[in-house]
Design a protein. Structure first.
Length: 436
């Protein structure tokens, strides 16, 4: 059955070693380290054969657990044992990591003596094992638990030191959103979502507490304002709200207050940090729309027309606009005409790249291209890859708004009015594609 069992860390160092049969030597340890753990090419299969020796391995976090044999064994049974062994270890000392394995060195060997006899699996039931191996495992505390205990005992905040002083108290907040879109040739939105990040730069003295309010649907409903339409995009006062699907906060945010009062309250770290991440899929304002028209004129010619429309306020300017229109592989030459910006054919990318520095809202421009094609023997039809786009606009496409940002510092004598606050909205393209 199993000739030997080894546990390695991510460096390939052996943490636990138990050999059950004489046909397994120490060279097996090195063979697994070199061919699997340190292999440049990723090992996809959980069973590796090296010099007539089979290695059955599983990985938990940064720990490798390998069963070694030279016999023709039942693979399913070996993996069942390895999984049961990890479950037993987790029940004794929690998370399987290098620190826990080193702290429970003796316990693991005791468990192996009971669970494997001359390489044959014996009793793997956790309840039965705990009746005669009664010692409890040594659990290492996670960083979060250690920080929580430290803050409870000392009142210290791990992410901010005391005694910070600035001549001018400033707070910068950037709402950065990436719009992802897939649109059909007829202009129907197939999929769209916004991935947002709130970045902050804090230059505040002392230990200030900040309160941050957003126009999300839950806040508006809790204040007694009813939603008028089914989509949940506007309140009774007519102000737009954003429906956040999921969000993730920095460790400084007091989650208990967010759950009860639904306000984002926190003591910010000094300098730059990411306060929040969120995702939304409803009522997205798409900054640009491309209307493509591709017409094949015979076997050696093709006409492409792309109309670009900007769908935001005329007072705003879109920047760094780039449209990539794919061309067939057998393209010989391209004649281009664009009303705005610059366009050129890139043979290395098999695409026409159209660049516009700035474009105001509610405008329309177009590009026309005549493509000459080489005659090919292949009957395979061109797949028409989608037109992709990059841009940057000075607003949040999800409709995300900062309702208020307040700063309180009870110890030092400065108030919320003394803090200079800057809020900026940036919308950028993620994967923004329109099918041809």
């Amino acid at each position: 059955m199993i000739g030997g069992l080894f546990m390695y860390n991510h460096k390939g160092e052996v943490l636990i070693s138990r050999v059950y049969r004489d046909d397994i030597g120490r060279n097996a340890v090195d063979a697994f380290r070199v061919n699997v753990i340190h292999a440049r090419q990723q090992v996809r299969t959980p069973v590796t054969n090296i010099a007539r020796t089979s290695f059955f391995h599983i990985r938990r976090a940064n720990i490798w657990l390998a069963a070694v044999t030279k016999q023709n064994v039942n693979g399913a049974m070996v993996f069942e044992f390895l999984i049961r062994f990890t479950q037993v270890m987790q029940s004794y000392f929690g998370k399987i990591n290098e620190e826990n394995i080193k702290n429970n060195f003796v316990l693991i060997y005791e468990l192996l003596d009971e669970m494997l006899d001359f390489g044959y699996p014996q009793n793997c039931d956790t309840g039965v094992l705990k009746t005669f191996i009664t010692q409890t495992g040594v659990k290492s505390q996670s960083k979060e638990e250690q920080m929580q205990i430290t803050s409870q005992v000392t009142g210290q905040i791990g992410w901010r030191r005391e005694g910070i002083k600035y001549r001018r108290n400033e707070l910068f907040l950037d709402v950065l959103e990436y719009v992802n879109l897939l649109m059909s040739p007829q202009g129907q939105v197939l999929s769209a979502h916004v991935a947002g990040r709130i970045l902050m730069k804090s230059y505040l003295s002392g230990m200030p507490e900040c309160k941050f309010g957003i126009n999300d649907k839950i806040v508006m409903e809790s204040k007694g304002t009813k939603i008028l339409d089914d989509s949940g995009s506007r309140t009774a006062s007519g102000k737009p709200v954003v429906v956040i699907d999921d969000c993730q906060f920095h460790q400084c945010v007091k989650l208990s207050k967010f759950e009860t009062e639904h306000s984002i309250s926190f003591i910010p770290p000094d300098g730059e940090f990411e306060l929040m991440r969120y995702r939304t899929t409803k009522d997205i304002s798409l900054p640009f729309r491309i209307i493509p028209l591709v017409r094949e004129v015979g076997r050696t010619r093709m006409e492409v027309k792309a109309v670009l429309k900007s769908n935001f306020k005329p007072s705003l300017l879109g920047q760094k606009i780039e449209v990539k229109i794919p061309t067939p592989l057998n393209t010989a030459g391209v004649q281009l005409l664009c009303l705005k910006g610059k366009a050129k054919y890139k043979a290395s990318d098999n695409a026409i790249v159209w660049k516009i520095k700035r474009m105001a809202g509610m405008k329309e421009t177009q590009l026309s291209a005549e493509i000459d094609l080489l005659e090919t023997d292949t009957k395979k039809k061109w797949t028409r890859p989608p037109i992709s786009m990059n841009f940057e606009v000075p607003f949040a496409p999800s409709g995300f708004k900062v309702r208020y940002l307040k700063v309180f510092e009870p110890k030092l004598n400065y108030s919320d009015h003394d803090v200079v606050k800057w809020v900026r909205y940036i919308g950028r393209s993620g994967l923004y594609e329109t099918r041809c």
